[in-house]
Design a protein around this ligand. Structure first.
Ligand SMILES: Nc1nc2c(ncn2[C@@H]2O[C@H](COP(=O)(O)OP(=O)(O)OP(=O)(O)O)[C@@H](O)[C@H]2O)c(=O)[nH]1
Ligand SMILES: C[S@@+](CC[C@H](N)C(=O)[O-])C[C@H]1O[C@@H](n2cnc3c(N)ncnc32)[C@H](O)[C@@H]1O
Ligand code: SF4
Ligand code: SF4
Length: 329
């Protein structure tokens, strides 16, 4: 699957739910919570059909995300089924970490190697302020459960000017001691009533400069990035790594290798674009086969935009209307 700019797809981000047990202020739309009704959410068997369709189209990595994927009933069983049915596929999960103490070992047993956990602060009180829930220790225990089970952990923290600077030292200390990747993501203006504001945005460049004042960093060569958006640095004296994801200040659209499917079965060829392609009718239709679905995917992907152009042209505070928790990040 190659688009008009010559970019090919090797990675699918599939969001299994828009529901979540946290209320991170940078993610949820400010105006109330309106969830997608159940009958519009893709069923697990429809997701398996989708994975089967992309399996022979060059997609080797599938990330399950949300909302919070583990709040959807039977999610772990679905993952096990998917891993068994598509043994060549590299399945990953992006989670807020609140269910990992229960599931870490099962994830490891099914062959998953990496788990991405979102955590913006190491301070329990600040955690509660950001997420609206007093669940820091559950996440912390979950991260340790993953490490003990032998899973590789990547921590994702949204870089926020008002407090990320105070957090850097703690995160660096954690990455010095443990074999984890800590990645800071630039705050993106996503969702109709986003809380994005210029004053809260802290660029990757400023963040790396601040981190270099704490510990020496050695850039990881670009070819080791495995086509991912994160720019990584080895911690010279530590076990883990530090990284930045900079969709605003230093975009990676020219190398974009991914497609997204929302919980209601809409294909988004770019995180920033509200142009969506309805896959659910094709997945649900009893007579339309997998070849038909593949043709729909190929045709849609051909017109995949360059997200940074949309960002530059944005007229409102947000680049797109759909909220992050209903896209999957
Ligand atoms: N703008 C933009 N942001 C992205 C893209 N891919 C990931 N991100 C953001 O990066 C953050 C971390 O994403 P993850 O879910 O951990 O996935 P990933 O960065 O692909 O992770 P790896 O596959 O482990 O490298 C999320 O907030 C995403 O929204 C992308 O293609 N474009
Ligand atoms: C939408 S969440 C879904 C998965 C899961 N609930 C979690 O938090 O990891 C995926 C990622 O998007 C990030 N994210 C959400 N809103 C964001 C924003 N406005 N800017 C940058 N990253 C954001 C989160 O920090 C998280 O790492
Ligand atoms: S970032 Fe993840 S955990 Fe936080 S509200 Fe969004 S979906 Fe939920
Ligand atoms: S903004 Fe769009 S095109 Fe650019 S990297 Fe992200 S998803 Fe890909």
């Amino acid at each position: 699957m190659t688009d008009d700019y010559g970019r090919s797809v090797s990675y699918l981000r599939l969001s299994v739910t828009d529901r979540c047990n946290l209320r991170c202020f940078y993610c949820r739309n400010k105006e109330g919570l309106q969830f997608i009704p159940h009958h519009k959410i893709l069923r697990y068997e429809e997701m398996l059909r989708l994975i089967a369709a992309v399996d022979s189209m060059g997609v080797s990595k599938v990330r399950l995300t949300g909302g919070e994927p583990f709040v959807r009933r039977d999610f772990i069983e679905f993952l096990e089924q998917a891993a068994e049915r598509f043994p060549q596929t590299d399945f990953r999960v992006t989670t807020n970490g609140t269910y990992l103490t229960t599931h870490a070992e099962r994830l490891q047993r099914m062959g998953m190697r990496y788990v991405n956990v979102s955590l913006d602060t190491l301070d329990p009180q600040r955690y509660a302020e950001i997420t609206g829930r007093d669940m820091f220790s559950r996440v912390w225990d979950g991260i340790h459960a993953c490490l003990e089970a032998g899973l590789r952990v990547k921590l994702n923290a949204v870089a926020l000017r008002s407090f990320t600077a105070d957090e850097l030292e703690g995160f660096i200390a954690f990455a010095l001691e443990h074999p984890v990747d800590v990645r800071f993501i630039e705050f993106m203006p996503i969702g109709a009533s986003t809380s994005w504001e210029e004053q809260q945005y802290w660029s990757a460049e400023e963040l790396v400069a601040a981190a270099k004042n704490i510990t020496p960093l050695e850039p990881v060569k670009a070819q080791d990035r495995n086509k991912g958006p994160a720019r990584m640095y080895n911690l010279v004296r530590g076990r883990g790594r530090l990284g930045v994801i900079s969709p605003l200040s230093d975009h990676f659209c020219a190398q974009c290798n991914r497609l997204r499917v929302t919980p209601d079965g809409r294909l988004r060829t770019c995180l920033f674009s509200d142009k969506e392609y309805r896959l659910r009718p094709h997945l649900r239709h009893p007579k339309l086969g997998i070849e038909h679905l593949r043709r729909v995917l190929v045709a849609a992907n051909a017109h995949k935009p360059l997200g940074y152009e949309l960002l530059q042209a944005k007229k409102d505070n947000a680049v797109c209307q759909r909220g992050m928790s209903a896209i999957g990040g």
